[in-house]
Design a protein around this ligand. Structure first.
Ligand SMILES: Nc1ncnc2c1ncn2[C@@H]1O[C@H](COP(=O)(O)OP(=O)(O)O)[C@@H](O)[C@H]1O
Ligand SMILES: [Mg+2]
Length: 359
């Protein structure tokens, strides 16, 4: 999978710019605050339908303008696809090959991307929500039905939590079972898909980590589920019922896959608590390399890889290893200095100055 052409109009600090990407390594370079990460963000948006950093879509509209436009001409093994997003104050419109799509689920899978930036250290060092976010974004790109189950689960969870804050306890107790039956069905789907994904991820991440550390460190990844047992729907139903009083007291739902986590161990100890910054970075990178391998397996072709500002934080041997790993994967790499990261590789160098390509 690859992006042939990316067009940005009134997106962040871009007025109008067109990027012609090569199949291999595309290096966006330039000083700070010129628009490199903005370009990476646009790619992420077309892959997932969300921004990795803007809380509101409208933040991506160029200051003083009314709408932003992102478009990619991409190519997968099924042929060419044109993906467009118009972002306005009032909302956004997505189109695939000119046809408007209503559900974000229908965007997913048209363009698959793996993203790595210094922020991804959160994956190892942050709270459980960061690891769930990783799982959700990654699995959703592979499975529309996972994404759909996730959206429905979250919706019902929100309704259940709102109910728990009502005044009348008898009304709450009467209504809870209605929500819970639906919640449990979607929960089971989420847990099942995550299990499948983690079963693929764990050995691959361990392998990539061993490669990055020349076998000096051992990475282990486990699912840390809130609800254990084979029949998740049944086990959760029981747990929810047992928690009625507690949930009413606290005003939110205390059990379910929205509390799941991943356990990440390096040499047998928990990376989040005991790992160094360097170890966390290597582990996060191992996750991303594993993610590429999963996408390649499941989708039958590699995803687009975005490496935003990560080279300067890796030592030379790791940079070399990373570049060797991404051979054959279309990569958009951003950095401030090109010479030290490239080792004379054949690359498409693009210099960004103040929201424009300097030709
Ligand atoms: N909505 C917006 N409208 C105009 N400029 C923006 C908008 N959002 C961000 N910017 C500008 O984009 C620049 C940051 O771009 P970024 O891609 O993060 O830089 P870098 O090249 O360091 O990765 C800043 O100058 C910021 O002011
Ligand atoms: Mg940046």
């Amino acid at each position: 999978m690859r992006i042939k052409v990316l067009t940005l109009k009134n997106f962040r600090n871009y007025k109008e710019e067109t990027f012609a990407f090569s199949e291999g390594l595309n290096v966006l370079y330039g000083r700070n605050a010129q628009g490199k990460t903005n370009c990476a963000e646009a790619v992420y948006y077309l892959c997932t339908g969300t921004s990795p950093r803007a809380r509101k879509d409208r933040q991506m509209i160029r200051a003083g303008e009314e709408s932003a436009h992102i478009a990619a001409l991409a190519e997968s093994r099924f042929g060419e696809v044109r993906i467009e997003a118009d972002i306005r104050e009032s909302g956004r419109e997505l189109r695939i090959n000119g046809e408007k799509i209503v559900r974000n689920a229908d965007l997913l899978g048209n363009l698959r991307g793996v993203f790595f930036s210094p922020d991804e250290l959160r994956l190892v060092q942050g709270g459980p929500e960061e690891r769930r976010r990783f799982l959700n974004v990654s699995i959703s790109q592979l499975s529309k039905s996972y994404y759909t189950a996730l959206v429905r689960y979250n919706k019902i969870l929100g309704q259940r939590n709102a109910l728990l804050k009502e005044r009348s306890v008898s009304m709450i107790l009467e209504t809870l079972p209605v929500w819970d039956a639906q919640l449990c069905a979607f929960a089971a789907e989420l847990v099942r898909r995550r299990e499948e994904y983690i079963a693929r991820l764990a050995p691959l991440a361990a392998e990539k980590h061993a490669y990055l550390t020349d076998g000096a460190e051992k990475l282990e990844v486990f699912a840390d589920r809130c609800i254990v047992g084979d029949d998740v729907a049944k086990a959760l139903a029981k747990e929810l019922e047992a928690n009625y009083e507690k949930d009413i007291r606290l005003g939110f739902t205390t059990a379910g896959p929205h509390r799941d986590d991943l356990k990440i161990l390096i040499n047998g100890t928990e990376a989040r608590v005991y790992g160094s910054q360097g170890q966390a970075r290597t582990a996060a990178l191992a996750f991303k390399l594993a993610e590429i391998a999963i996408f390649r397996d499941v989708a039958g072709e590699p995803p687009v890889l975005v490496l935003d500002d990560v080279m300067s934080e890796l030592d030379l041997p790791r940079r070399r290893k990373l570049l060797a790993e991404v051979e054959g994967v279309q990569t958009v790499l951003t950095c401030t200095h090109t010479e030290k990261v490239l080792f004379g590789k054949e690359v498409n160098k693009i210099r960004i100055v103040n929201g424009a390509i300097r030709r």
